[in-house]
Design a protein around this ligand. Structure first.
Ligand code: GDP
Length: 520
């Protein structure tokens, strides 16, 4: 029996059927806090000392979550530290963590992302514990951390509040057993129950495409039991659980409540943070998926933009749209629907609800897309990745501004309009010689001026024909940049169109072309 089942076994084996708490499930814990305050090191330290490798080959794989044991009880840790993953999951409406650990470094105390984490914890109403980390460091000042937390309205035990607090060092391991005890204590206060006899429901905590194994996702079971062979549905994406693995790479035949399982057998990648449902009846799964398609906003325009074919000379802008909620996304779709221009088009390669994440940057990089966000934030890791990859992200909180930015971006693809600024006229008095594409001629400026570098057209029978560019200009055999009206000039013209011949007596129109940016 793999280690993971230990918790259930002890309960099932020792309790009588009458009061069997077979429905108590392990707590799911998320670790939040400022960057570099030691979240990863804490997760690694717990993993190293509190995980029993079980039957697997012991190959640690980061699948988005792992389980550790403390006092003979299991605790599930979401192992993507930082609030990005947590926020991504919450933005899709799922609740995943039972207990949050707010990590604050003893030497640096409360920092901006600490405050952000506090806000996220409060908004999600997740019970939490403060872990003052890096206690082994010289500059450790836990009293200041407690004080700064109080200023941020987090009142820890002993400081006029009841938020549990521990001092730890992930380096030495000090305080970690106490921290885990506290996690269990907080979990017990919150009465975490589940019914392993039911079909599984839960949330997707990791999802990616593996070149060798296809689509892979980590399903965190929140209730019921997930079995190999079950049909699993996430929105309109279905899979048949072909095989499951734990975070040690060990094979699983079933996953119990609060247990994360790497699931293979998807038809496409399920979204991170989305809830899932499982059933052993294919027809039921198909119905769920169909219901989800029917009830989801169709986003027909976004989708069809992806399928649309364009002539070869059309310039196509690839875009990703993100918005805070589905209705905002629908409003965006409606607004961009009628934006079109000659020889330009756009393709919505991705769209979705929630902050701009690393996943979006990856998609933008793969497709060469610009990301437009409406009332969404940019996850710090995504911002870093975007900078590295040179991905443009434009976010606004006002829909009009998002649309204007989008319109401007698309306008950038329009061929500029050439505006003709006429400089002057010249009557040809003599053709001197023609060498290849160069023609040398002399004439009199009859209006305006001749300017070196300007363009010249032949005006004949009321029509103008492009002749070429004035590459050299002379007056009295001296090179000059300009020759004014009434004076004679020598011109060397680089003929653009081989067929065009200037003749004596022809009038040349001299002009400049200005490229004017077009707007949609
Ligand atoms: P995260 O960004 O919050 O995940 O932070 P990390 O876990 O990556 O830690 C940031 C840095 O602090 C790393 O260099 C760690 O080795 C170091 N660190 C983390 N925990 C401790 C600790 O308890 N003591 C000491 N001395 N260093 C630590």
């Amino acid at each position: 029996m793999p280690e993971k089942c230990y918790f259930y076994m002890t309960h099932m084996a020792t309790d009588t059927a009458k009061n069997a708490p077979a429905n108590v499930r392990p707590p799911v814990v998320v670790v939040l806090g400022h960057v570099d305050h030691g979240k990863t090191k804490l997760l690694d330290a717990i993993r190293e000392t509190n995980v029993v490798a079980g039957e697997s080959g012991g190959i640690t794989q980061h699948i988005g979550a792992y389980q550790a044991t403390a006092n003979g009880r299991l605790i599930t840790f979401l192992d993507t530290p930082g609030h990005e993953a947590f926020s991504a999951i919450r933005s899709r409406g799922a609740t995943v963590a039972d207990v949050a650990i707010l990590v604050v470094a003893a030497d640096e105390s409360v920092k901006p992302q600490t405050e952000e984490a506090i806000r996220i914890i409060r908004e999600s109403e997740t019970p939490y514990i403060v872990a003052i980390s890096k206690m082994d460091k010289d500059g450790a000042n836990p009293a200041k951390v407690r004080q700064d937390l109080a200023s941020a309205e987090v009142l820890v035990e002993g400081w006029g509040g009841d938020v549990p607090v521990t001092e730890i060092s992930a380096k030495t391991g000090a305080g970690i057993p106490e921290l885990l005890d506290m996690v269990l204590l907080v979990a017990d206060l919150n009465d975490l129950t589940a019914d392993p006899a039911k079909s599984a429901t839960g949330v997707i905590v990791e999802s990616h495409m593996d070149k060798r194994r296809g689509f892979i996702a980590t399903a965190l079971v929140q209730d019921g039991t997930l079995h190999v062979g079950d049909y699993i549905v996430v929105g309109s994406v279905t899979g048949k659980v072909r095989s499951m693995e734990d975070f040690n790479g060990g094979t699983l035949t079933e996953a119990l409540p609060s247990q994360p399982a790497l699931v293979l057998g998807w038809t496409s990648a399920p979204d991170l943070g989305r809830p899932f449902r499982a059933t052993d009846i294919k027809k039921v799964a198909d119905e769920w998926a169909a219901d989800s398609v029917a009830s989801a906003p169709p986003f027909e325009h976004f989708r069809s933009s992806l399928r649309a074919e364009h002539p070869a000379d059309t310039k196509v802008l690839n875009v990703i749209f993100k918005a805070d909620v589905t209705s905002s996304l629908e409003a965006l779709e409606l607004s961009v629907k009628d934006i079109a221009g000659e020889n330009v088009a756009y393709r919505v390669v991705e769209f979705g609800v929630g902050n701009v994440t690393e996943q979006d940057i990856k998609a933008a990089t793969a497709k060469g897309a610009v990301i437009f966000g409406f009332r969404v934030g940019i996850e710090p890791s995504a911002a870093k990745m975007a900078e590295r990859e040179g991905i443009r992200i434009v976010t606004h909180d006002v829909i009009y501004e998002v649309i204007e930015s989008f319109r401007e971006e698309l306008s950038g693809l329009l061929a500029p309009e050439l505006k003709r600024n006429v400089l002057g006229k010249l009557r040809i008095l003599a053709l001197f010689k023609k060498e290849g594409t160069k023609q040398i001629l002399g004439g009199k400026v009859t209006g305006g001026k001749a300017v070196r570098g300007c363009l010249a057209d032949v005006v004949r029978d009321g029509k103008t024909v492009r002749l070429g560019k004035v590459v050299q200009l002379q007056h009295n055999k001296e090179d000059v940049t300009e020759v004014r009206e009434g004076l004679e000039a020598g011109l060397r013209i680089d003929i653009t169109q081989a067929q065009t011949e200037a003749k004596e007596g022809d009038v040349l129109e001299l002009y400049e072309e200005e490229k004017v940016r077009q707007n949609l």
